[in-house]
Design a protein around this ligand. Structure first.
Ligand code: UDX
Length: 436
C-alpha cells in the first residue's frame, strides 16, 4: 500500500521504516529539515536498537523516502499522524497544536477514499472532532484511530510484532477502515495478533488507560518501598512474592527513582486534565497521587545521596551513572536520572554524569553538568556513586574493580539493580530503595 507517515520522531520514524520493511511504499514527512536529511541518508536521528538496520534496508529497497513537503503525501492512500502531543507549557493538558497542524496541512492532499489514521496519543474526543472536520473539508476521505503501544528500546519489535492491534473506526464509515488496516498489518493479523475493533473514544482511551495502569503499578511499588524503608522490609522480595500471583505479575514492579520519558508522565497528567473537562475529575484523582509518589522518588534518591555524604553534598564529587529515562534509549525527556543529577549539582556537588547514549541530549538540556561517556572517568575519585539508569554496563559493574577507582566506596542504587551482598562484600557502603 502507499502510505505517508507525518511526524518522524521516536514513533513516526520507526513506524515508517517498519511499514516499508513489511513491503509498503512509504513517505515519511516532518517539518524538521535536519531530521529528514538524516533519515533520508539512512541515519536515525536518535538511538533505537534495530532501527539502523531496517532504515538502511528500506531506503535501499526504494520503498522508503523522506520529505519536508506535505505535498509528498498526495500519492498515498493511507496517512498516519504520528506527531507529538507534549504537555502544555502552562497546565497539564496535552498540546494538540502539532496534531491539528499536521491534520490541516494534509487535508488538501487527500485522494478519494483516502484513510487518515491517528497514532498520536490524544485526549478522548479528539478523533471525533477531527472526523467532523474531515466530513466538512474532505468528505471523500475517512478517519481511524490506531494507537501505538511501542516501548522505546523495543520499538522495532513492538511495531513489527505488536501484542495487540486496536482500531477505532466510525460506525457509518464509507471507507472500510478495518479492511484497510487489516491489509496494512497483514503479517500481524495472520500471526493471530489479538485485534480490537471499536469506536474512536474507546481506542483513544485504551492508550491512556494502559499508560495510566503502568504508571500506577510503578508508583504502587514505589509507595511500598517507602513502607519498606520505614519498617525494615525488603521491597524487592515483596515484589517477587506478590509478582508470583498471576493476577498481579512481576513486570513493572521495580522500585527505584521512578518513571519518566516522553509518555507516562505527560499522559497521566493529560488524562486527569481531560477527565476534569468531562466533569469526572474525581475518577482520576488517584493519578495525581501516582504522579506525586513518582516525583517523590527523585527527591528520595537525592536525600539518600546527601545522607550518605554525611549531610551535605557541597563540593563532593558524585558520579551519576545514567541520564536517560531508561536503558537502551537516548531519550532524556522527563528523565528521573537527569533530574537527580541536576538537583545534586544544585546542592553544590561536583556532578559527573555518564551514559552510553544520552550524553548529547542531556548536555543540550543541562549544559551546567559535567559529562563523560566513560564509566572509568565518571568513577575516578568519586565520593559517591548514584546508579540512576540501569544500563547493562552498570548492572554488570565489578564492585571490586569499581572500588579501586573511587575515592570512597559509597553507592546509592537508585534502580535496585545491583546485588547488595556482592557490593558490601567488596567494601562498599550500599544503599538501595526500600531495601534493608
Ligand atoms: C511506555 C509504554 O510502556 C508504552 O506501551 C507506550 O507506548 C509508551 O510509554 P516507554 O515510555 O518507552 O513506554 O517506557 P517504559 O518501558 O514503559 O518505561 C517507562 C518508565 O518507567 C521508565 O522510566 C522506566 O525506567 C520506569 N519503570 C518501568 C520503573 O521505574 N519500574 C518498572 O518496574 C518499570
Amino acid at each position: 500500500m502507499r502510505i505517508s507517515v507525518i511526524g518522524c520522531g521516536y514513533l513516526g520514524a520507526v513506524h515508517a521504516s517498519a511499514m516499508a520493511e513489511l513491503g509498503h511504499d512509504v513517505v515519511g514527512i516532518d517539518v524538521d529539515e535536519r531530521k529528514i536529511s538524516q533519515l533520508a541518508a539512512a541515519r536515525p536521528p536518535f538511538f533505537e536498537p534495530g532501527l539502523p538496520e531496517i532504515l538502511e534496508s528500506a531506503t535501499a529497497s526504494g520503498r522508503l523516502r523522506f520529505s519536508t513537503d506535505i505535498a509528498a503525501a498526495a500519492e498515498a492512500d493511507v496517512h498516519f499522524i504520528a506527531v507529538g502531543t507534549p504537555q502544555q507549557a502552562s497546565g497539564y493538558s496535552a498540546d494538540l497544536s502539532y496534531v491539528d497542524a499536521a491534520f490541516e496541512s494534509l487535508l488538501p492532499h487527500l485522494r478519494h477514499g483516502a484513510l487518515v489514521v491517528g497514532k498520536s496519543t490524544v485526549p478522548v474526543g479528539t478523533a471525533a472532532r477531527l472526523a467532523n472536520r474531515l466530513a466538512d473539508a474532505a468528505p471523500h476521505a475517512a478517519l481511524a484511530w490506531n494507537p501505538e503501544f511501542l516501548r522505546e528500546g523495543f520499538a522495532v519489535k513492538d511495531t513489527l510484532e505488536p501484542d495487540r492491534l486496536v482500531y477505532g473506526v466510525a460506525s457509518d464509515g464509507h471507507v472500510d477502515a478495518t479492511s484497510v488496516l487489516d491489509h496494512l498489518y497483514r503479517a500481524a493479523v495472520e500471526a493471530g495478533t489479538p485485534r480490537i475493533v471499536t469506536d474512536y473514544a474507546t481506542a483513544e482511551l485504551v492508550k491512556v488507560a494502559a499508560n495510566a495502569f503502568l504508571a500506577t503499578k510503578i508508583s504502587f511499588i514505589n509507595a511500598m518501598s517507602e513502607i519498606a524503608d520505614a519498617s525494615g522490609a525488603d521491597v524487592t522480595a515483596l515484589a517477587d512474592a506478590i509478582g508470583h500471583d498471576a493476577r498481579i505479575g512481576r513486570r513493572f514492579l521495580n522500585a527505584g527513582v521512578g518513571f519518566g520519558g516522553g509518555c507516562l508522565p505527560k499522559d497521566i497528567r493529560a488524562f486527569t486534565a481531560r477527565a476534569e473537562e468531562l466533569g469526572v475529575g474525581h475518577s482520576l484523582a488517584f493519578l495525581k497521587e501516582v504522579d506525586q509518589i513518582n516525583l517523590r522518588q527523585r527527591q528520595r534518591v537525592v536525600d539518600l545521596a546527601v545522607a550518605a555524604l554525611g549531610g551535605s553534598a557541597y563540593r563532593k564529587r558524585i558520579a551519576v551513572l545514567g541520564v536517560t529515562f531508561k536503558p537502551d534509549s537516548d531519550d532524556v525527556r522527563d528523565s528521573p536520572a537527569l533530574d537527580v543529577a541536576v538537583q545534586l549539582k544544585g546542592l553544590g556537588a561536583e556532578v559527573v554524569a555518564t551514559d552510553p547514549e544520552g550524553v548529547e541530549n542531556a548536555r543540550r538540556r543541562h549544559p551546567q553538568l559535567e559529562y563523560t561517556t566513560s564509566i572509568d572517568e565518571a568513577l575516578a575519585d568519586a565520593d559517591l556513586v548514584v546508579l540512576a539508569t540501569e544500563w547493562r554496563d552498570y548492572r554488570t559493574l565489578d564492585p571490586a574493580d569499581a572500588g579501586r577507582k573511587v575515592a570512597t566506596a559509597r553507592i546509592i542504587d537508585g534502580r535496585n539493580a545491583l546485588d547488595p551482598a556482592a557490593w558490601r562484600a567488596a567494601g562498599w557502603q550500599y544503599r538501595g530503595i526500600g531495601r534493608p
